[in-house]
Write a protein that binds this ligand. Structure first.
Ligand code: GUN
Ligand code: ZN
Length: 430
């Protein structure tokens, strides 16, 4: 048994502060006690320390927050980040589909998976919901690399029988490969599986129907796809499915809308779709840097909140422009404000941690550092840059956090811990 104490300023937001004004937990001089990777105590140092006489305590200067949970990201796209000049459908054809074809090669997938997970940890992200490619070996590569690092990763093989030549499965191979991957990986250590149809346009009706059957046969997995991201995409979906009430209804008709469904984007949602998302318990991964990069628009937080939607935050790399959930939170603020709603920095932190964890149905394991949770956490450095140092001096906690979101990125991640082990130390790497 190993028992370790970490002393420093602790900040977590276990519940949405919009609904629970008392949700913010802050201990200026806090102590986190971790036994075999699990949090066993979290509170004020003066209260907690006497309960653990003889405890080895490591001081951690900075602000300790839960490890970030990226609710939507594509690992095979990391080397196509910052690809110029096109909105979604052209960007996929020009930049993304050619890059994803290379993942037929397992060695290529292994190399990118390792680099991808290192980049997540460097940015303080310890859990993520990840798109692989159509190739089942791309999922094996990611899960094997994640198991080595003991990270909480949920991923799936992309279903896309209408994809371009060289990047398409069939109804039968899609079903068989997904079922085999679920058997091999779902619930293995900290790993989980998400059935992953790319979006409505890349699957036949037969594959969408089959995807509903796959989900019904495996009630513990997630459904992960894209929804109402970009106007060109929405027009193409409406043209292909003229009888559907809206984009969400396309998925609904095939049994893909339920409490374990995670839809990326939702920038262009009807009120009917929002009401249906709410009633089904499905949620949305909001991806502001991607929405700006592809000219998709700004997520409507006001509409989502009127319908009490479940929300998380995602980078959506490679359309997203950064792995940093801090800077993604800062862009969420700017997207919200563009539609008239200022996003509170504590709520933004909630979305990047416990909110995303709840969306991914792992909120009982990670996201808030409550006793019983896995000890995935990050030490933020409010003096990571000269400008951050100036802006955070004498600032309130809310100002401090907001400055980290607007000015911060990977440079502000001093350390990352996975189940109590330090897996990224910025200053040691320098
Ligand atoms: N819609 C379908 N595929 C993709 C993708 O790879 N990225 C984004 N942002 N949207 C998509
Ligand atoms: Zn995406």
């Amino acid at each position: 048994m190993t028992l370790l104490g970490f002393r420093g300023a602790l900040l977590s937001v276990p519940h949405d502060p919009r609904e629970h004004p008392q949700a913010i937990r802050h201990e200026a001089d806090g102590l986190l006690v971790v036994e075999d990777g699990i949090v066993v105590a979290h509170g004020d140092h003066a209260d907690v320390a006497p309960r653990f006489p003889g405890l080895t305590i490591e001081p951690l200067p900075g602000l300790i927050v839960p490890g970030f949970v990226d609710a939507h990201i594509h690992y095979p796209q990391m080397d196509r980040i910052a690809s110029h000049g096109a909105q979604l459908l052209d960007w996929l054809d020009r930049h993304i589909f050619p890059a994803e074809m290379a993942f037929a090669d397992r060695a290529h997938a292994d190399g990118v998976a390792a680099a991808f997970l290192s980049e997540l940890l460097r940015n303080g992200t310890t859990s993520a919901l990840v798109f692989a490619t159509v190739h089942p070996q791309s999922v094996d590569a990611l899960f094997e690399a994640a198991a080595l690092r003991n990270m909480r990763i949920i991923a799936g093989k992309v279903l896309m029988d209408q994809g371009p030549a060289g990047l398409a499965d069939t109804v039968d191979t899609g079903r068989a490969d997904s079922a085999a991957l679920i058997r091999r990986w779902h619930g293995h250590g900290r790993l989980g599986y998400a059935v992953t149809p790319r979006f409505a346009l890349t699957s036949s009706d037969a594959q969408l129907h089959d995807t509903g059957a796959l989900l019904a046969a495996h009630p513990g997995v997630l459904l992960h796809t894209h929804l109402a991201e970009n106007l060109g995409e929405c027009a193409a979906v409406a043209a292909r499915f003229p009888d559907a009430a809206d984009y969400l209804d396309v998925y609904d008709r095939f049994g893909l809308v339920g409490s374990r469904s995670v839809f990326a984007h939702g920038v262009h949602l009807s009120d009917r779709a929002c009401a249906r998302l709410h009633d089904s318990g499905a949620g949305v991964a909001v991806c502001p840097s991607s929405n700006l990069f592809l000219g998709s628009g700004f997520f409507d937080f006001g509409q989502a909140d009127r319908h009490a939607l479940r929300l998380g935050l995602g980078t959506d790399v490679g359309a997203g422009t950064s792995f940093s959930m801090l800077s993604t939170a800062g862009l969420a603020y700017q997207a919200a404000l563009a539609r008239g709603d200022p996003l509170n920095p504590f709520r933004a932190l909630y979305l990047a941690t416990a909110g995303s964890a709840d969306l991914l149905h792992i909120g009982d394991r990670v996201g808030s550092l409550e006793p019983g949770q896995e000890a995935d956490f990050v030490v933020l450095d409010p003096a990571a840059t000269p400008l951050l140092t100036r802006r955070t001096q004498g600032a309130t906690l809310a100002e401090h956090l907001f400055a980290l979101q607007i000015l911060g990125d990977d440079r502000a991640i001093r350390r990352t811990y996975v189940m109590g082990d330090c897996v990224w130390d910025r200053d040691a790497a320098a």
